[in-house]
Design a protein around this ligand. Structure first.
Ligand SMILES: C[S@@+](CC[C@H](N)C(=O)[O-])C[C@H]1O[C@@H](n2cnc3c(N)ncnc32)[C@H](O)[C@@H]1O
Length: 399
Protein backbone atom coordinates (compact mmCIF):
# COMPACT_ATOMS: atom_id res chain seq x y z
CA UNK A 1 0.00 0.00 0.00
CA UNK A 2 1.21 3.53 -0.78
CA UNK A 3 2.01 5.91 2.07
CA UNK A 4 -1.25 7.19 3.55
CA UNK A 5 -2.04 10.85 3.01
CA UNK A 6 -2.19 13.13 6.03
CA UNK A 7 -6.00 13.18 5.77
CA UNK A 8 -6.09 9.36 5.84
CA UNK A 9 -3.81 9.34 8.89
CA UNK A 10 -5.94 11.96 10.62
CA UNK A 11 -9.11 9.94 9.95
CA UNK A 12 -7.38 6.77 11.11
CA UNK A 13 -6.48 8.50 14.40
CA UNK A 14 -10.03 9.78 14.76
CA UNK A 15 -11.47 6.27 14.31
CA UNK A 16 -8.95 4.76 16.73
CA UNK A 17 -9.70 7.34 19.41
CA UNK A 18 -13.42 6.54 19.12
CA UNK A 19 -12.82 2.81 19.26
CA UNK A 20 -10.35 2.98 22.11
CA UNK A 21 -12.44 5.44 24.04
CA UNK A 22 -9.87 8.24 24.26
CA UNK A 23 -11.54 10.79 21.99
CA UNK A 24 -11.87 14.24 23.61
CA UNK A 25 -13.06 16.59 20.85
CA UNK A 26 -12.35 17.75 17.33
CA UNK A 27 -12.43 21.14 15.72
CA UNK A 28 -12.40 22.19 12.10
CA UNK A 29 -11.34 25.73 11.18
CA UNK A 30 -10.02 28.10 8.52
CA UNK A 31 -13.00 27.49 6.31
CA UNK A 32 -12.75 28.54 2.67
CA UNK A 33 -15.68 26.72 1.15
CA UNK A 34 -19.01 27.78 -0.29
CA UNK A 35 -21.18 27.70 2.86
CA UNK A 36 -22.11 31.27 3.54
CA UNK A 37 -20.74 32.67 6.83
CA UNK A 38 -19.55 29.28 8.13
CA UNK A 39 -16.48 29.79 10.28
CA UNK A 40 -15.74 26.59 12.14
CA UNK A 41 -17.18 23.29 13.38
CA UNK A 42 -16.79 21.72 16.81
CA UNK A 43 -17.33 17.99 17.18
CA UNK A 44 -17.91 16.16 20.44
CA UNK A 45 -19.19 12.79 21.54
CA UNK A 46 -22.59 12.53 23.16
CA UNK A 47 -25.09 9.87 24.17
CA UNK A 48 -28.55 9.97 22.68
CA UNK A 49 -30.94 7.30 23.89
CA UNK A 50 -27.95 5.24 24.99
CA UNK A 51 -26.31 5.45 21.57
CA UNK A 52 -23.06 7.25 20.96
CA UNK A 53 -23.31 10.04 18.41
CA UNK A 54 -21.00 12.67 17.03
CA UNK A 55 -22.41 16.09 17.77
CA UNK A 56 -21.47 18.72 15.16
CA UNK A 57 -21.85 22.36 16.09
CA UNK A 58 -21.53 24.48 12.95
CA UNK A 59 -20.55 27.99 13.96
CA UNK A 60 -21.77 30.58 11.49
CA UNK A 61 -21.13 34.28 11.92
CA UNK A 62 -24.47 34.94 13.60
CA UNK A 63 -25.84 31.54 14.57
CA UNK A 64 -24.99 27.95 15.43
CA UNK A 65 -26.40 24.86 13.77
CA UNK A 66 -26.24 21.55 15.65
CA UNK A 67 -26.45 18.08 14.09
CA UNK A 68 -26.03 14.65 15.64
CA UNK A 69 -24.68 11.93 13.38
CA UNK A 70 -23.98 8.29 14.06
CA UNK A 71 -20.30 7.51 14.38
CA UNK A 72 -19.72 6.13 10.92
CA UNK A 73 -21.55 8.93 9.12
CA UNK A 74 -19.89 11.50 11.36
CA UNK A 75 -16.40 10.24 10.56
CA UNK A 76 -17.19 10.24 6.84
CA UNK A 77 -18.47 13.82 7.22
CA UNK A 78 -15.21 14.94 8.85
CA UNK A 79 -13.24 13.34 6.02
CA UNK A 80 -15.34 15.16 3.45
CA UNK A 81 -14.86 18.49 5.29
CA UNK A 82 -11.10 17.98 5.30
CA UNK A 83 -11.13 17.36 1.55
CA UNK A 84 -13.46 20.22 0.76
CA UNK A 85 -13.50 23.58 2.49
CA UNK A 86 -11.57 23.38 5.75
CA UNK A 87 -7.88 24.18 5.93
CA UNK A 88 -7.24 23.30 9.58
CA UNK A 89 -8.38 20.61 11.97
CA UNK A 90 -7.38 19.53 15.44
CA UNK A 91 -8.17 16.19 16.99
CA UNK A 92 -7.79 16.05 20.77
CA UNK A 93 -7.39 12.64 22.36
CA UNK A 94 -6.19 11.78 25.85
CA UNK A 95 -3.00 10.37 24.24
CA UNK A 96 -2.09 13.06 21.71
CA UNK A 97 -3.25 16.15 19.87
CA UNK A 98 -3.23 15.92 16.06
CA UNK A 99 -2.94 19.20 14.11
CA UNK A 100 -3.75 19.02 10.44
CA UNK A 101 -3.32 22.00 8.11
CA UNK A 102 -3.38 22.76 4.40
CA UNK A 103 -1.68 25.85 3.03
CA UNK A 104 -2.63 28.16 0.14
CA UNK A 105 -0.79 26.01 -2.38
CA UNK A 106 -2.61 22.86 -1.22
CA UNK A 107 0.25 21.28 0.73
CA UNK A 108 -0.90 19.33 3.76
CA UNK A 109 0.82 18.76 7.06
CA UNK A 110 0.03 16.66 10.13
CA UNK A 111 1.71 17.34 13.45
CA UNK A 112 1.43 15.18 16.53
CA UNK A 113 1.87 16.76 19.95
CA UNK A 114 1.46 15.62 23.53
CA UNK A 115 -2.11 15.69 24.72
CA UNK A 116 -3.22 19.07 26.01
CA UNK A 117 -6.34 17.55 27.61
CA UNK A 118 -5.74 14.40 29.64
CA UNK A 119 -9.32 13.64 30.59
CA UNK A 120 -12.34 12.94 28.49
CA UNK A 121 -15.33 15.21 29.09
CA UNK A 122 -18.35 13.45 30.50
CA UNK A 123 -21.05 12.67 28.00
CA UNK A 124 -24.33 14.51 28.35
CA UNK A 125 -26.80 12.44 30.39
CA UNK A 126 -24.19 9.81 30.54
CA UNK A 127 -23.55 7.43 33.34
CA UNK A 128 -22.07 4.92 30.95
CA UNK A 129 -18.91 6.97 30.53
CA UNK A 130 -17.91 5.72 33.94
CA UNK A 131 -18.73 2.14 33.16
CA UNK A 132 -16.24 -0.32 34.54
CA UNK A 133 -16.35 -2.63 31.55
CA UNK A 134 -15.64 -0.58 28.51
CA UNK A 135 -16.33 -1.90 25.05
CA UNK A 136 -13.57 -1.72 22.48
CA UNK A 137 -12.01 -3.48 19.54
CA UNK A 138 -9.55 -5.06 21.99
CA UNK A 139 -12.36 -6.82 23.91
CA UNK A 140 -12.68 -9.96 21.82
CA UNK A 141 -14.90 -11.69 24.37
CA UNK A 142 -17.59 -9.00 24.01
CA UNK A 143 -17.49 -9.52 20.28
CA UNK A 144 -17.56 -13.31 20.54
CA UNK A 145 -20.52 -13.08 22.91
CA UNK A 146 -22.31 -10.88 20.35
CA UNK A 147 -22.37 -7.82 22.59
CA UNK A 148 -20.21 -5.69 20.30
CA UNK A 149 -19.23 -5.70 16.67
CA UNK A 150 -15.61 -6.25 15.65
CA UNK A 151 -14.82 -2.55 16.09
CA UNK A 152 -16.07 -2.61 19.67
CA UNK A 153 -19.38 -0.84 19.19
CA UNK A 154 -22.16 -2.25 21.35
CA UNK A 155 -24.90 -3.71 19.15
CA UNK A 156 -28.22 -1.93 19.48
CA UNK A 157 -29.98 -5.11 20.56
CA UNK A 158 -27.25 -5.87 23.13
CA UNK A 159 -27.44 -2.52 24.97
CA UNK A 160 -29.50 -3.98 27.81
CA UNK A 161 -27.19 -6.96 28.25
CA UNK A 162 -24.19 -4.66 28.26
CA UNK A 163 -25.85 -2.44 30.82
CA UNK A 164 -26.65 -5.47 32.96
CA UNK A 165 -23.02 -6.63 32.83
CA UNK A 166 -21.82 -3.23 34.00
CA UNK A 167 -24.47 -3.00 36.66
CA UNK A 168 -23.36 -6.36 38.00
CA UNK A 169 -19.73 -5.24 38.18
CA UNK A 170 -20.81 -1.97 39.83
CA UNK A 171 -22.61 -4.00 42.49
CA UNK A 172 -19.62 -6.25 43.05
CA UNK A 173 -17.09 -3.43 43.21
CA UNK A 174 -17.77 -2.25 46.78
CA UNK A 175 -18.15 -5.84 47.98
CA UNK A 176 -14.73 -6.71 46.62
CA UNK A 177 -13.36 -3.52 48.17
CA UNK A 178 -14.77 -4.58 51.53
CA UNK A 179 -13.03 -7.94 51.55
CA UNK A 180 -9.87 -6.40 50.07
CA UNK A 181 -8.74 -7.23 46.57
CA UNK A 182 -5.50 -8.66 47.94
CA UNK A 183 -7.62 -11.38 49.55
CA UNK A 184 -9.02 -12.49 46.26
CA UNK A 185 -7.17 -15.45 44.80
CA UNK A 186 -9.88 -17.83 43.69
CA UNK A 187 -13.35 -16.94 42.41
CA UNK A 188 -15.98 -19.44 41.31
CA UNK A 189 -19.06 -18.65 39.21
CA UNK A 190 -21.59 -21.44 39.63
CA UNK A 191 -23.95 -22.06 36.71
CA UNK A 192 -21.94 -19.74 34.48
CA UNK A 193 -24.05 -20.39 31.37
CA UNK A 194 -22.75 -18.49 28.36
CA UNK A 195 -20.33 -16.67 30.64
CA UNK A 196 -21.34 -13.04 30.05
CA UNK A 197 -20.88 -12.15 33.68
CA UNK A 198 -17.94 -14.49 34.27
CA UNK A 199 -15.96 -12.84 31.49
CA UNK A 200 -16.87 -9.37 32.68
CA UNK A 201 -15.84 -10.21 36.23
CA UNK A 202 -12.52 -11.61 35.09
CA UNK A 203 -11.95 -8.57 32.86
CA UNK A 204 -12.65 -6.31 35.84
CA UNK A 205 -10.41 -8.23 38.24
CA UNK A 206 -7.58 -8.77 35.79
CA UNK A 207 -7.57 -5.54 33.81
CA UNK A 208 -9.20 -2.94 36.02
CA UNK A 209 -8.03 -4.09 39.45
CA UNK A 210 -4.82 -5.55 38.04
CA UNK A 211 -5.20 -8.90 39.80
CA UNK A 212 -2.96 -10.89 37.50
CA UNK A 213 -2.89 -13.94 39.77
CA UNK A 214 -6.61 -14.25 40.37
CA UNK A 215 -8.21 -17.50 39.19
CA UNK A 216 -11.81 -17.45 38.01
CA UNK A 217 -13.64 -20.70 37.28
CA UNK A 218 -17.06 -21.04 35.73
CA UNK A 219 -18.88 -24.24 36.62
CA UNK A 220 -21.54 -25.31 34.17
CA UNK A 221 -23.58 -28.41 33.35
CA UNK A 222 -23.67 -27.87 29.62
CA UNK A 223 -20.63 -29.18 27.81
CA UNK A 224 -21.30 -27.02 24.72
CA UNK A 225 -21.25 -23.81 26.76
CA UNK A 226 -18.11 -24.91 28.61
CA UNK A 227 -16.26 -25.53 25.32
CA UNK A 228 -17.49 -22.25 23.87
CA UNK A 229 -16.42 -20.25 26.93
CA UNK A 230 -13.01 -21.92 27.16
CA UNK A 231 -12.38 -21.10 23.52
CA UNK A 232 -13.39 -17.45 24.02
CA UNK A 233 -11.24 -17.18 27.16
CA UNK A 234 -8.23 -18.50 25.26
CA UNK A 235 -8.84 -16.11 22.40
CA UNK A 236 -9.13 -13.21 24.85
CA UNK A 237 -5.79 -14.22 26.39
CA UNK A 238 -7.36 -14.44 29.83
CA UNK A 239 -4.80 -16.79 31.37
CA UNK A 240 -6.55 -17.88 34.56
CA UNK A 241 -10.16 -17.93 33.46
CA UNK A 242 -11.39 -21.50 33.06
CA UNK A 243 -14.74 -23.17 32.58
CA UNK A 244 -15.36 -26.62 33.95
CA UNK A 245 -18.16 -28.99 33.09
CA UNK A 246 -20.04 -30.48 36.03
CA UNK A 247 -22.77 -30.19 38.61
CA UNK A 248 -22.43 -27.43 41.16
CA UNK A 249 -23.02 -29.76 44.06
CA UNK A 250 -20.13 -31.97 42.99
CA UNK A 251 -17.61 -29.19 42.47
CA UNK A 252 -14.80 -29.65 44.89
CA UNK A 253 -12.85 -26.52 45.71
CA UNK A 254 -11.98 -25.98 49.36
CA UNK A 255 -10.16 -22.67 48.82
CA UNK A 256 -12.53 -20.33 47.07
CA UNK A 257 -12.56 -16.74 48.31
CA UNK A 258 -15.61 -15.58 46.44
CA UNK A 259 -18.55 -17.49 45.03
CA UNK A 260 -21.11 -16.10 42.65
CA UNK A 261 -24.17 -17.84 41.25
CA UNK A 262 -26.42 -15.78 39.07
CA UNK A 263 -29.75 -17.18 38.06
CA UNK A 264 -28.76 -20.76 38.72
CA UNK A 265 -32.05 -22.62 38.43
CA UNK A 266 -34.18 -23.56 41.45
CA UNK A 267 -32.14 -25.51 44.01
CA UNK A 268 -28.87 -25.04 42.06
CA UNK A 269 -28.67 -21.75 44.00
CA UNK A 270 -28.77 -23.80 47.21
CA UNK A 271 -26.05 -26.09 45.86
CA UNK A 272 -23.94 -23.00 45.25
CA UNK A 273 -24.58 -21.47 48.70
CA UNK A 274 -23.74 -24.83 50.24
CA UNK A 275 -20.43 -24.97 48.38
CA UNK A 276 -19.63 -21.42 49.45
CA UNK A 277 -20.39 -22.10 53.10
CA UNK A 278 -18.46 -25.40 53.00
CA UNK A 279 -15.39 -23.68 51.57
CA UNK A 280 -15.73 -20.75 54.00
CA UNK A 281 -15.81 -18.30 51.07
CA UNK A 282 -15.31 -14.70 52.21
CA UNK A 283 -18.02 -13.49 49.89
CA UNK A 284 -21.07 -15.30 48.52
CA UNK A 285 -23.24 -13.52 45.98
CA UNK A 286 -26.28 -15.22 44.52
CA UNK A 287 -29.14 -14.02 42.34
CA UNK A 288 -31.76 -16.75 42.74
CA UNK A 289 -33.73 -17.94 39.75
CA UNK A 290 -36.95 -19.95 39.75
CA UNK A 291 -38.09 -21.36 43.11
CA UNK A 292 -39.97 -24.63 43.07
CA UNK A 293 -38.91 -26.67 46.08
CA UNK A 294 -40.48 -24.53 48.81
CA UNK A 295 -43.56 -23.74 46.77
CA UNK A 296 -44.43 -27.42 46.37
CA UNK A 297 -44.42 -27.87 50.13
CA UNK A 298 -46.47 -24.73 50.68
CA UNK A 299 -49.06 -25.97 48.21
CA UNK A 300 -49.46 -29.15 50.24
CA UNK A 301 -49.52 -27.44 53.63
CA UNK A 302 -52.68 -26.49 55.46
CA UNK A 303 -52.26 -22.77 56.09
CA UNK A 304 -53.45 -20.93 59.13
CA UNK A 305 -56.24 -18.36 58.77
CA UNK A 306 -53.76 -15.45 58.97
CA UNK A 307 -51.77 -16.59 55.95
CA UNK A 308 -54.61 -17.94 53.82
CA UNK A 309 -55.45 -14.59 52.15
CA UNK A 310 -51.95 -14.65 50.69
CA UNK A 311 -51.61 -18.31 49.78
CA UNK A 312 -55.02 -18.90 48.21
CA UNK A 313 -53.98 -17.15 44.98
CA UNK A 314 -51.41 -18.88 42.80
CA UNK A 315 -49.44 -15.70 42.02
CA UNK A 316 -49.29 -14.59 45.64
CA UNK A 317 -48.33 -18.08 46.72
CA UNK A 318 -45.51 -18.12 44.19
CA UNK A 319 -44.18 -14.74 45.33
CA UNK A 320 -44.49 -15.71 48.94
CA UNK A 321 -42.64 -18.97 48.27
CA UNK A 322 -39.85 -17.04 46.57
CA UNK A 323 -39.51 -14.67 49.49
CA UNK A 324 -39.63 -17.49 51.97
CA UNK A 325 -37.00 -19.48 50.06
CA UNK A 326 -34.63 -16.53 49.96
CA UNK A 327 -35.35 -15.32 53.49
CA UNK A 328 -34.46 -18.76 54.81
CA UNK A 329 -31.32 -18.77 52.70
CA UNK A 330 -30.19 -15.58 54.44
CA UNK A 331 -30.87 -17.16 57.83
CA UNK A 332 -28.87 -20.28 56.97
CA UNK A 333 -26.02 -18.08 55.85
CA UNK A 334 -26.21 -16.08 59.08
CA UNK A 335 -26.22 -19.28 61.08
CA UNK A 336 -22.88 -20.12 59.48
CA UNK A 337 -21.39 -16.75 60.37
CA UNK A 338 -22.24 -14.62 57.36
CA UNK A 339 -23.53 -11.08 57.44
CA UNK A 340 -26.22 -10.82 54.79
CA UNK A 341 -27.93 -8.18 52.75
CA UNK A 342 -30.42 -8.27 49.92
CA UNK A 343 -30.14 -5.93 46.97
CA UNK A 344 -31.98 -5.40 43.75
CA UNK A 345 -29.83 -6.95 41.05
CA UNK A 346 -31.09 -4.96 38.12
CA UNK A 347 -34.18 -2.92 37.77
CA UNK A 348 -36.09 -4.64 35.04
CA UNK A 349 -39.83 -4.56 34.76
CA UNK A 350 -39.84 -7.78 32.75
CA UNK A 351 -38.30 -10.06 35.32
CA UNK A 352 -39.06 -10.40 38.99
CA UNK A 353 -35.85 -12.42 39.34
CA UNK A 354 -33.87 -9.42 40.39
CA UNK A 355 -32.86 -10.14 43.95
CA UNK A 356 -29.24 -10.41 44.92
CA UNK A 357 -28.30 -12.05 48.20
CA UNK A 358 -24.91 -10.92 49.42
CA UNK A 359 -23.21 -12.72 52.27
CA UNK A 360 -19.87 -11.69 53.79
CA UNK A 361 -18.07 -13.96 56.21
CA UNK A 362 -17.59 -12.58 59.69
CA UNK A 363 -14.93 -13.79 62.06
CA UNK A 364 -17.16 -15.72 64.42
CA UNK A 365 -20.71 -16.02 65.62
CA UNK A 366 -21.61 -16.43 69.30
CA UNK A 367 -23.35 -19.71 70.22
CA UNK A 368 -26.27 -17.76 71.68
CA UNK A 369 -26.88 -15.94 68.40
CA UNK A 370 -26.78 -19.25 66.52
CA UNK A 371 -29.47 -20.60 68.81
CA UNK A 372 -31.64 -17.56 68.13
CA UNK A 373 -31.23 -17.94 64.38
CA UNK A 374 -32.10 -21.62 64.52
CA UNK A 375 -35.20 -20.86 66.52
CA UNK A 376 -36.21 -18.20 63.98
CA UNK A 377 -35.70 -20.67 61.13
CA UNK A 378 -37.93 -23.22 62.85
CA UNK A 379 -40.67 -20.72 63.65
CA UNK A 380 -40.72 -19.40 60.11
CA UNK A 381 -40.88 -22.87 58.64
CA UNK A 382 -43.70 -23.87 60.97
CA UNK A 383 -45.70 -20.74 60.15
CA UNK A 384 -45.61 -21.54 56.42
CA UNK A 385 -46.04 -25.29 56.83
CA UNK A 386 -42.60 -26.02 55.47
CA UNK A 387 -40.97 -29.34 56.30
CA UNK A 388 -37.49 -28.83 54.99
CA UNK A 389 -35.64 -26.29 52.91
CA UNK A 390 -33.36 -28.02 50.42
CA UNK A 391 -30.33 -26.03 51.62
CA UNK A 392 -30.98 -27.22 55.14
CA UNK A 393 -30.71 -30.83 53.95
CA UNK A 394 -27.42 -30.10 52.17
CA UNK A 395 -26.02 -28.46 55.28
CA UNK A 396 -27.34 -31.30 57.44
CA UNK A 397 -28.53 -28.71 59.87
CA UNK A 398 -29.89 -30.35 62.99
CA UNK A 399 -32.87 -28.58 64.46
C1 LIG B 1 -30.16 -19.09 33.62
S1 LIG B 1 -28.54 -19.57 33.26
C2 LIG B 1 -27.61 -18.27 33.98
C3 LIG B 1 -26.24 -18.13 33.39
C4 LIG B 1 -25.37 -17.03 34.00
N1 LIG B 1 -25.07 -17.26 35.37
C5 LIG B 1 -26.02 -15.67 33.83
O1 LIG B 1 -26.57 -15.14 34.80
O2 LIG B 1 -25.97 -15.15 32.71
C6 LIG B 1 -28.27 -20.88 34.41
C7 LIG B 1 -27.14 -21.81 34.00
O3 LIG B 1 -26.85 -22.65 35.10
C8 LIG B 1 -26.64 -23.97 34.63
N2 LIG B 1 -26.98 -24.87 35.72
C9 LIG B 1 -28.19 -25.02 36.32
N3 LIG B 1 -28.14 -25.91 37.31
C10 LIG B 1 -26.85 -26.33 37.35
C11 LIG B 1 -26.16 -27.24 38.20
N4 LIG B 1 -26.79 -27.86 39.18
N5 LIG B 1 -24.85 -27.46 37.96
C12 LIG B 1 -24.20 -26.80 36.97
N6 LIG B 1 -24.81 -25.91 36.15
C13 LIG B 1 -26.12 -25.68 36.35
C14 LIG B 1 -27.55 -24.10 33.43
O4 LIG B 1 -27.10 -25.10 32.52
C15 LIG B 1 -27.49 -22.70 32.85
O5 LIG B 1 -26.49 -22.59 31.86
Amino acid sequence: MENPTSIETFIFQLKSSLQQDNFVKLSLGNYRGDEHELKQIQVRLILVKRELKLNFTHRFRRRDLVKNLDIETGVAQVESYLKHGFYAATLFTTNNDFYWTRNQSGQERLQVKTASIKQQPSLAHDKEKHRLIKPGANKSYLHELRITDATGQVYKNAQDKFKQINHYIELLRPLIQDIGKENLKKVVDMGSGKGYLTFALYDYLYNVLGLKEVEVTGVEFREDLVSLCNRIAQQAAFPLLKFQQGAIVEYDEPNMDMLVALHACDTATDDAIYQGIKAGAKLIVVAPCCHKQVRRQMERAVMTAEIQPITRFGIFLERQAEMLTDALRTLFLEYYGYKTKVLEFISDAHTPKNVLIVASKTSSIPAERRKQILSQINQTKAFFGLEKHYLESLLQLEN
